[in-house]
Design a protein around this ligand. Sequence first.
Ligand SMILES: [Ca+2]
Ligand SMILES: [Ca+2]
Length: 336
Amino acid sequence: MNDDKQTAESGESTDSRLPRRSFLGAAGAAVCGSLIAGNVASAPYGGSRHAIPGRIQAEDYDTDGAGVAYNDATAGNSGGAYRSDDVDIEAGGSGHNVGWTQGGEWLNYSATTASGGTYEVTARVASGGGGGTFILQEDQVDKATFDVPDTGGWQSWTTMTQQVDLQGGDHTIAVYFDTAGVNLDWLEFSQVGGGSGGSSLSPGTYRLTNVNSGKVLEVAGGSGSTANGDNVQQWSWNGGTWQQWDVQENGDGTYRLLNVNSGKALDVANVSTQAGANVHQWDYVGGANQHWRIESNGDGTYQLLADHSGLALDVSGGGTADGTNVQQWTPNGLDP
Ligand SMILES: [Ca+2]
Ligand SMILES: [Ca+2]
């Protein structure tokens, strides 16, 4: 079981630091530094801008190459995975991560922030080399410094959270590596204090009703199902305590969901990061596969995202029958 306990730090701004030449901003932006020539903005990877709130995978930095979308100190991709420019990417983390980072390297992410305000930024990081430091920027302005500790291995992941103030609209988010020694998997932005996409559910006891089927999340087998590994599925609401969930805050923007009948936690089996992995109940041990982000869909409904994988709680195949299994799946915007 991964111990993904978060190291929350105060969201102290570092705006007083000198701007770094970490990116070529929107066309026409005033930029300086020998790395940069001309007013050529980098373009989003995959063709569409990253959405904030939301998760940005480190390896999904912009296109348009060296000096525009990124700066990397070594020729070629040392990890040999995912993309084939100079940024060093390996199979790892929640799929791929950026590694072999060195001081002075940077990555740009074209993003659209839904609304200006305060956001929690959670970074999934690892370091097997004594730790390191990177800086999060918005349009070349420093927003937060992440001092990453030595996590005990290059694939020993932890998360760190800071608060930042972001502007609404199209901006370039950048990661500037101040030192060597940081592996980066992803950055997740969630708005503080509600708003669409924010995590704003109050703790308490809930029944969780699937929008598509109208059925509720339950532990299969009813009141006798109190063992680790008992399955979770959907069923017509009957008022049973095994259909009710005690939603508690973890203090880091995530929640745990404890079944009222069994006291056990909603848990992704085997800490799997695969789409289609089963969801069942297990003793609450604080694992990131037992921590869920509850994000508003802006219409009174919510989606639940497993913190370790970023995947959504999902009724298999969009089924509407009693007993249809519940799993994790790529968030698809369909009624979950
Ligand atoms: Ca390289
Ligand atoms: Ca990643």
